[in-house]
Design a protein around this ligand. Structure first.
Ligand code: SF4
Length: 64
């Protein structure tokens, strides 16, 4: 899985709640970020769910 995290984050924190192992949330900056370079296989389903629930489409996943 390839994960692309864009620049459109509005700071809702949904992705970090969905998969805190992959997405970190900075409360002061009100922005999420991606923790590891690659998504561990065991978290792929949660990352796909995070991509679906991100309201601004900031999280894209592909099967590369
Ligand atoms: S779900 Fe989307 S908008 Fe919300 S914190 Fe994550 S990347 Fe940002």
């Amino acid at each position: 899985m390839k994960l692309v995290f864009g620049e459109k984050c509005i700071g809702c924190a949904a992705c970090a709640k969905q998969c805190p192992e992959v997405f970190a949330f900075d409360k002061e900056r009100r922005r999420a970020s991606v923790r590891p370079d690659a998504v561990p296989e065991e978290h792929e389903a949660a990352v796909r769910d995070a991509a679906l629930i991100c309201l601004v489409g900031n999280i894209k996943v592909t099967d590369e």
